[in-house]
Design a protein around this ligand. Structure first.
Ligand SMILES: Cc1cc2nc3c(=O)[nH]c(=O)nc-3n(C[C@H](O)[C@H](O)[C@H](O)COP(=O)(O)OP(=O)(O)OC[C@H]3O[C@@H](n4cnc5c(N)ncnc54)[C@H](O)[C@@H]3O)c2cc1C
Ligand SMILES: NC(=O)c1ccc[n+]([C@@H]2O[C@H](COP(=O)([O-])OP(=O)(O)OC[C@H]3O[C@@H](n4cnc5c(N)ncnc54)[C@H](O)[C@@H]3O)[C@@H](O)[C@H]2O)c1
Length: 505
């Protein structure tokens, strides 16, 4: 049986670990069933933000007359936007070429799965099976994919999801009308894109509010803002059936409380109803790797699974499905296992300060606890809110006091200590406004907090017993590198500056 030092399954954030292993001259296997680069590059963050940025400008231009700039109506040139979207997606070919040129890595293009505790095999995309192989260290970073809810008639009627939208169902022209199921980040971002492209968008959300991971005041504001750009949002509704009539998809929805039903219709239906882990294809039942009851792999603060020599990171561990969080974890793994650092310099993951940015219109961003979470956690809190209109630049941008669509920043503070517990913002460039708080809240001393305590290799037991602490110096450029920067926000320009600086040392 072929024996590698390292095997990675997935080619998204896993590439960070693979690169570090290759740097050490280790013999590696890379397994990828789809496009190289993973979800973010080929069907997630990056192509969506190319679209979102065009949509943002359309809305900004529409608002210009109120500050004294007269312009002709803006229109999305779908052909140009699409060319730029696919230019990024095709960068996946460069990633494959990059690894093909490396000596020490065997590339398996197909679906990898376990045939034993640490034994892998690949159902290759050409229809053949690879030999079984094993590796000292196996890294699972297989990500997640769209949840398909059961709705009577949905399969027959057909539907769209991010995977097929950035695949064989990419629309040659934007839809005239679109129903979106789900009011999370994916649903609200695509609603903004297609509304700005001219579609009549109806967003059906099962929950009582949009963006349920946000503070309640933010959810209420984004609801007003999406209505303001012409998006119909139906909260508290469950889709029950679909049928096709005269080329239109007609969706029956039922109110969760009253049970009242009504119909909405559109040219296409886009599913944005959450995600599930790609562990169903891994045949984990041939191993003792433990998952929760939804299939997310359990990992500890060092990204170990319960099987010695197998790590999991990125979406697949269910901690927080964001690209910057996946990179943060991959960098921790690369640092600890391939960075040549002694145990006492190992890094660990914390998830209480994962920044969240939704690039809808306007942007929504937060880090830390919402007001509701802080109260539930037993803090006595103070909150304060400041509107864009009450600052010079906000007024200059066109916000007036009392404006229904005024943006704001809300801060949640521990009354006893004045410690910032959470920052929440909605408005132009909210993602950038957030960044100083992310760095500030991460700075200082942190003590290791075990996650999934029963998962513990010998090294981890030793580190936990030593009550390990780590100091992030607010003056050090290294602290930027160990703190998350929301992807893909403009703050990444400064984040990469630190990277090149470190590279020069
Ligand atoms: C529409 C959309 C927009 C998003 N926008 C943002 C955003 O703006 N900001 C943000 O931070 N996050 C965003 N995300 C989330 C982000 O894309 C993910 O959190 C991130 O890509 C996860 O990285 P990963 O390395 O865990 O997995 P992935 O990047 O998904 O990589 C996993 C890879 O493993 C492959 N694979 C799966 N199973 C197997 C197998 N058995 N064998 C071989 N290969 C396998 C897959 O093909 C995939 O390429 C978005 C997601 C979507 C869908
Ligand atoms: N800007 C970003 O960082 C960004 C952008 C897109 C996606 N993502 C990541 O991808 C993940 C998936 O995004 P998502 O928006 O699909 O998931 P989500 O779980 O965040 O939101 C899905 C929403 O759909 C609703 N829903 C579920 N089933 C439904 C149904 N049948 N009909 C109507 N509504 C239904 C849920 O109530 C929920 O509010 C997110 O958790 C996010 O972390 C991040």
């Amino acid at each position: 049986m072929n024996q590698y030092d390292v095997a990675v399954i997935g080619s998204g954030s896993a590439n960070i670990v693979l690169d570090a292993a290759l740097e050490q001259g280790l013999k590696c296997a890379m397994i990828e069933r789809g496009r190289f680069g993973g979800t973010c590059l080929t069907r997630g963050c990056i192509p969506t933000k190319v679209m979102v940025t065009a949509a943002d400008y359309i809305r900004e231009i529409e608002g210009l007359p109120k500050i004294g700039v007269e312009v002709a109506p803006a229109r999305m040139n779908w052909e140009t936007v699409s060319r730029r979207v696919w230019q990024k997606i095709y960068e996946s070919n460069d990633i494959l070429t990059y690894y093909q040129a490396k000596k020490n890595v065997d590339i398996y293009q197909g679906t990898g799965y376990f045939t034993g505790e640490k034994v892998l095999q690949v159902a290759l995309n050409d229809g053949t099976l690879s030999e079984e192989f094993t590796a000292d260290k196996i890294f699972i970073a297989v990500g997640s994919r769209t949840n398909i809810p059961f709705i009577d008639g949905l399969e027959e009627a057909g539907y769209l999801m991010s995977e097929s939208l950035f695949g064989d169902k990419y629309p040659q022209t934007p839809y005239k009308s679109l129903i979106i199921l789900g009011g999370g980040p994916i649903g609200t971002e695509f609603a903004h894109v297609f509304a700005a492209a001219g579609a009549k968008v109806t967003l059906v959300q099962r929950n009582t509010r949009l963006l349920i991971k946000e503070d309640e005041e933010i959810s209420a504001q984004i609801l007003k803002d999406l209505h303001g750009i012409g998006i119909d949002v139906l909260l508290n509704h469950i889709p029950t059936a679909v049928r096709v009539e005269n080329g239109e998809k007609i969706l029956t929805i039922s109110h969760k409380i009253t049970g009242e039903t009504c119909e909405v219709r559109a040219e296409e239906i886009l599913l944005a109803s959450g995600i599930h882990p790609n562990t169903d294809r891994l045949r984990l039942d041939n191993t003792s790797i433990v998952t929760d009851n939804r299939g997310w792999i359990r990992t500890n603060e060092f990204l170990e699974t319960n099987v010695e020599g197998v790590w999991a990171f990125g979406d697949v561990n269910g901690e927080a499905p964001f690209r910057h969080k996946a990179n943060y974890e991959a960098e921790i793994v690369a640092h600890n296992l391939f960075g040549g650092h002694p145990l006492q310099d190992w890094r660990w993951a914390r998830y209480d300060l994962v920044p969240v940015v939704t690039f809808t219109y306007p942007q929504v961003a937060h880090v830390g606890l919402t007001e509701q979470q802080a109260v539930q956690s037993g803090y006595e809190i103070l909150t304060a809110k400041h509107h864009y209109s009450s600052t010079a630049k906000g007024f200059a941008l066109g916000f007036e006091p009392g404006d229904d669509h005024d943006g704001f920043v809300k801060i949640v503070v521990d009354k006893k200590t004045n410690t910032i517990l959470g920052i929440h913002s909605i408005g132009p460039q909210a993602s950038i406004l957030l960044q100083p708080f992310i760095n500030l809240m991460n700075a200082g001393e942190t003590t290791l907090t075990p996650i999934n305590e029963p998962i513990a290799s010998k090294a981890v037991k030793q580190l936990r017993a030593s009550r390990m602490t780590r100091y992030l110096d607010p003056h050090s450029v290294k602290s930027i590198g160990e703190t998350m920067t929301p992807h893909p926000s403009l703050s990444e320009v400064i984040m990469w500056v630190r990277y090149y600086l470190e590279g020069k040392q």
